[in-house]
Design a protein around this ligand. Structure first.
Ligand SMILES: [Zn+2]
Length: 672
């Protein structure tokens, strides 16, 4: 800002710019400027308002998160009731609804009415009403009982998809919509909470509903809520002809409107659309529990009117429920790759979300304790979309049963190998410490043959289980001793398939050392660490001989991790496996020049974003074969950040630390 500029004018301009860019980002998903640029504009406005408090307006973008907590939620009477909808559950019921409308209109003197139906996915969120006066967001309320809701303006302000100002709005405008949490946002929120050691949320709907009713808006600002507008309620000074036109108007005026919504002329097309969404519900970014079908034309809506509380011109096509009640028969425990015991529920088979469910995940023992599930309880099972079914809670009356079983405890002995279990400090898992445990071996073998590891074609987890159960293999090394004749004895194998599998196992002998190091299953050694260890030590023998202090010299490896790696490399079971895969001819040495050799000798790289021609894997490969190193986080020790499109926070950090940034062309030039 120049000193001659009028602060009020500049503040107004900044608000317009920020609103515009927020809309590009949050509503249109098509940002024009980067986060840094946005932040700069925002900070300028915030500073300007701090210097001139009289310039702060309630519709300023800075006021989204700065609101004061309220003491209680005030009751709000809606200008016109937020109606409920009658349900239909089948094609027949939908056709009957259309027939009833035709009959009603015929009695009104309208024969052969032409309908245009607007079909909207029914998001499983929280219905809200937004009131704008002269284009300024004045008040937002929950639906409540349809007549009276609660004032939650302070929380709705924090949702970036709700415009605080609407250019070109009529004097009075009420917009209705659904507040929800998208599935990716919900997953990320729970991941963050889990990482902070706090309890996680059960489902997106309750999380969104609970957040919106908080008294302190700071809470809502910290949770990723979204809003989709679906209707205009009370309005003065705006003439629209139908629902379809209203949605277009909302979209044009900065509201987030679901792009999935369609208009259809024919009732059979509506049925097909509802069935299609029912199929696709698991693949959407938000949970939907049905489809709202509305007659678009407002004049027809008026003529159809309401029957009791339900409008005649709209119905909700309800999907089959995704929750069901059933009995929890028992809790069992699975053994993971490194001995962690994972609880899961055995259920009385129940039909939910279109499939029969017999087993459901319980995540970990803290999850189990928090939900207070006991064998014999009647429980609520959730199967949302394609996710693994989970047990949500006991049924309300189950917890009052005086004859309930005691809370289940993690097993004192491993359910697979009977070794006494241990509970490491700071872990949410009880652990089977026996590294030769058959349960662990199964998981390890699945990992060994998997895509990112030895990538053995045609060896899936079922076959891994069969090989173990038939006693043909005990661990990964045994795979290399398998013969075609042994496979032929297994059900489903013919000469060709047996030969192909043996060939695939043979081919895996050529996988580079770092893949072998990843495949043998050392806790904490993921793909990137395996690469770095391989490039640091060059051979497994050198790594085996290394002290924790030496291992710690590897990029990306801290002292604790180095200790843990060294301890595992001394385990006799792992050492035996290593000797046997060595004998089987797997590669235990790194190709290419050692660090200190090659054009990128001793240089450390971090990769971010999408490169124009190379995949990240290919770029890493090039760096490593040229003698360089790859780590995952930018630090002062990083020599270069190789950045493609959408680089994210790593680029900002590199710039802050003065780390040189390369694009792909510059990187390829460096390799020359
Ligand atoms: Zn065990």
């Amino acid at each position: 800002m120049t000193s001659t500029e009028d602060p009020a004018a500049r503040a107004g301009e900044l608000r317009r710019l920020l609103d515009y860019h927020a809309r590009r980002y949050y509503v249109e998903d098509d940002p024009e400027i980067g986060d840094d640029e946005y932040d700069a504009l925002y900070n300028e406005l915030r500073d300007l308002e701090a210097a001139h408090p009289e310039l702060t307006t309630p519709d300023s973008p800075t006021q989204r998160v700065g609101g004061q907590p309220v003491e209680r939620l005030e009751k709000v009477r809606h200008l016109q009731p937020m109606l409920s909808l009658a349900n239909v559950r089948s094609a027949e019921e939908l056709r009957a609804w259309v027939a009833r409308m035709r009959a009603h209109l015929a009695r009104e003197g309208i024969a052969d009415a032409q309908f245009r139906f607007v079909c909207e996915p029914k998001i499983d969120g929280l219905a809200i009403s937004l009131l704008y006066r002269n284009g300024v967001f004045e008040r937002g309320a929950t639906r409540g009982d349809g007549e009276v809701g609660e004032d939650v303006t302070h929380n709705l302000r924090t949702i970036a998809q709700i415009p605080l100002v609407v250019d070109g709005a009529p004097p009075l405008l009420e917009v209705r919509g659904e507040v929800y949490m998208s599935l990716p946002d919900f997953a990320a929120l729970n991941e963050r909470l889990a990482a902070e050691g706090r309890s996680t949320f059960m489902n997106p709907r309750n999380t969104a509903a609970g957040t919106i009713r908080q008294l302190d808006p700071a809470l809502a600002a910290g949770r990723p809520l979204s809003m989709l507008a679906y209707a205009i309620g009370t309005v003065e000074g705006l003439e629209l002809t139908g629902q379809w036109e209203a949605l277009a108007w909302l979209r044009e005026h900065g509201f987030h409107v679901n792009s999935e919504i369609v208009a259809l002329e024919d009732e059979e097309a509506v049925v097909a659309q509802c069935l299609e969404w029912e199929q696709r519900r698991g693949g959407l970014e938000f949970e939907i529990d049905g489809v709202v079908v509305k007659v678009s034309d407002f004049e027809l809506q008026r003529r159809l009117g309401a029957a009791g509380r339900d409008p005649r011109w709209a119905v909700a096509w309800k999907f089959p429920p995704t929750t069901a009640k059933t009995r929890l028969l028992a809790i069992h425990w699975n053994v993971g790759k490194f001995g962690d015991l994972h609880p899961f529920a055995e259920l009385e088979p129940v039909h939910v979300g279109g499939v029969t469910v017999k087993l459901a995940t319980l995540h970990n023992e803290e999850d189990l304790a928090r939900k207070d599930l006991r064998p014999g309880d009647e429980v609520i099972v959730l199967r949302a979309g394609d996710v693994i079914p989970q047990v949500v809670s006991p049924a309300p009356h189950a917890v009052e049963n005086p004859d309930r079983e005691p809370p289940p405890r993690p097993p004192e002995r491993c359910p697979v190998c009977d070794t006494p279990t241990v509970k490491p400090a700071g872990s949410v898992f009880t652990n089977c410490p026996n590294t030769a445990c058959a349960g662990r071996q199964w998981q390890l073998l699945r990992h060994f043959v998997s895509r990112g590891a030895m990538d053995i074609d045609g060896l899936g987890e079922t076959l891994v289980g069969t090989l173990l159960n038939q006693g043909l293999v005990r661990n990964a090394a045994d795979l290399y001793a398998l013969g075609e004749d042994q496979l032929l004895e297994l059900e489903g194998f013919g000469e060709i398939s047996a030969r192909n599998l043996i060939a695939a196992i043979d081919a895996s002998r050529e996988r580079p050392f770092h893949r072998v190091l990843f495949a043998i299953g050392i806790e904490e050694v993921g793909g990137v660490t395996a690469r770095n260890l391989a490039s640091q030590f060059r051979s497994l023998d050198r790594l085996l001989a290394a002290t924790p202090a030496e291992i710690e010299q590897t990029p990306g490896v801290g002292p604790k991790m180095a200790e843990a790696i060294a301890a595992q490399l001394a385990d006799p079971v792992l050492l035996e496996l290593i000797e046997r895969i060595r004998a089987a001819g797997l590669r235990l040495e790194e190709d290419g020049p050692p660090p200190g050799d090659g054009p990128l000798a001793e240089l450390t790289f971090v990769l971010t974003g999408t490169l124009p021609t190379l995949t990240r894997e290919q770029a890493s490969e090039r760096i490593l074969t040229a003698g360089g190193r790859v780590t995952s986080t930018v630090s002062k020790k990083t020599d270069y950040l190789l950045a493609g499109d959408s680089p994210g926070s790593k680029l900002a950090k590199a710039e802050r630390l003065g780390v040189a940034v390369l694009d792909e062309a510059a990187f390829l030039a460096l390799l020359e």
